[in-house]
Design a protein around this ligand. Structure first.
Ligand SMILES: Cc1ncc(COP(=O)(O)O)c(C=O)c1O
Length: 404
């Protein structure tokens, strides 16, 4: 029989898996409930990562488990050439949360981004502007790893060795309106894509002035505005959509991560007028929006509303942010704490990557973001006690870290 310890599984993984992920320290998670997960050796962890901002309702929420089990036993997959009742329900629940009127389901965040970029170019083409093809994205942004999405991603290390990137994509400085305006004034822009709160880039919220100005500049240039809410959306920042903090709506928006609470599913949403340029056969995916994925999405979206997850995230986020500032603010390595709701970054004076495994060794899971930021994106259902426990571990670890 194959052995089942963290170390043995790490050895087997090293032999057999393409080495794109570093498993440091090696932790094989096998069970989860709420904000807790357990490894193969029975060790418990407090999960302030939630599969990277995915399991908003917590691990194995009974309503989502029930929806998936029921749907799996009834009908798991059919082609999109047939009507799929859970897909229609998930779309209705999803668009009810925002400016949007229609949804297209994908299998991942990157595919949702790809679809949104294709839609923007197609919309320009259908409206007599086939020359408007440029996409303007932000420096330090993250949009995924497929070619369109990785080209839009404004972090050069993700492009290394993979060139040439998709033509027609340029980058401007996040939160610097003049830098985006300069690109828009060139007259060739199909769309601008930004994250209302940059996630991987270091938990950096957009400013009110930036989003308002960007909306106006896009309108002047006839360009569409796309928000990538894959990480910051669906309750995470304390509102159903992060852009609602600013009151500045986009034309197209992407979702994924939290949408299936762990079941892989993404979507882009938009208005009927913009969606109308995607005629039958122009864009498609075999699995996207299949019965199983959208049963999970519909179940999560129901919970989001009925259990006021966004409101809970706002309240607990405020508590956690206060606690982090009170308990960690005096540590020399801590430069500051920022974020919105339960999307929080602790900016440090050193590289954040080595801090993450040290927290895991003490039973707290989290991630880095950018070079110097420790990222907290826990399930939205965490309690104040969970926050106290996490901050206690963080204080211990950060007290031992020397700043640069
Ligand atoms: C803002 C944002 N966009 C897109 C993606 C890509 O999503 P996926 O990994 O599901 O392809 C991510 C993933 O981290 C993200 O944070």
């Amino acid at each position: 029989m194959k052995t089942m310890t963290n170390a043995d599984l790490a050895q087997r993984a090293k032999e057999i898996l393409v080495p794109t992920y570093s498993h440091t320290p090696p932790i094989a998670l096998v069970r989860g409930k709420g904000a807790r997960v357990w490894d193969v050796e029975g060790r418990q962890y407090l999960d302030f990562l939630a599969g990277i901002a995915v399991c908003g309702a917590g691990h194995c929420h009974p309503a989502i488990v029930e929806a998936i089990q029921r749907q799996a036993a009834e009908l798991m997959h059919v082609s999109n050439i047939f009507l799929i009742p859970p897909q229609i329900e998930a779309a209705e629940r999803l668009v009810a949360l925002s400016f949007a009127e229609q949804a297209f389901f994908s299998n991942s965040g990157a595919e949702a981004v790809e679809g949104s970029l294709k839609l923007a170019r197609r919309w320009q083409w259908a409206n007599g502007h086939p020359d408007r093809t440029a996409i303007i994205a932000a420096q330090d942004s993250f949009h995924g790893r497929t070619y369109g999405a990785v080209t839009a991603t404004g972090t050069p290390k993700y492009h290394e060795g993979f060139g040439p990137m998709l033509p027609g994509v340029r980058h401007a400085k996040f939160n610097d309106l003049a830098s985006f305006e300069a690109e828009l004034e060139k007259g060739d822009v199909a769309a601008v894509i930004v994250e209302p709160v940059q996630g991987e880039g270091g938990i950096i919220p957009a400013t009110q002035k930036f989003l308002e100005g960007l909306r106006a500049a896009c309108d002047r240039a006839g360009a569409l505005l796309i928000y990538d809410e894959i990480q910051c959306g669906l309750g995470r920042t304390g509102k159903n959509c992060a852009y609602q903090h600013f009151g500045v709506a986009p034309d197209i928006m992407t979702h994924a991560k939290a949408l299936g609470n762990g079941f892989p599913v993404g979507a882009f949403v938009t208005t009927k007028a913009i969606a109308s340029v995607l005629t039958p056969g122009s864009h498609a995916t075999t699995y996207g929006g299949n019965p199983l994925a959208t049963a999970a999405a519909a179940a999560f979206l129901k919970l989001l509303v009925e259990e006021n997850l966004a409101e809970r995230a706002a309240k607990t986020g405020e508590f956690l942010m206060g606690l982090l500032r009170d308990e960690l603010g005096d540590l020399p390595v801590v430069r500051g704490v920022r974020g919105l709701g339960l999307m929080i970054g602790i900016d440090t004076t050193t590289e954040s990557a080595p801090i993450v495994p040290r927290c895991a060794e003490r039973g707290l899971l989290l991630a880095r973001a950018g070079k110097t930021v420790v990222r907290l994106v826990p399930p939205l259902i965490i309690t104040e006690d969970d926050c106290r426990e996490a901050v206690g571990i963080l204080r211990n670890v950060l007290s031992e870290v020397k700043g640069d």
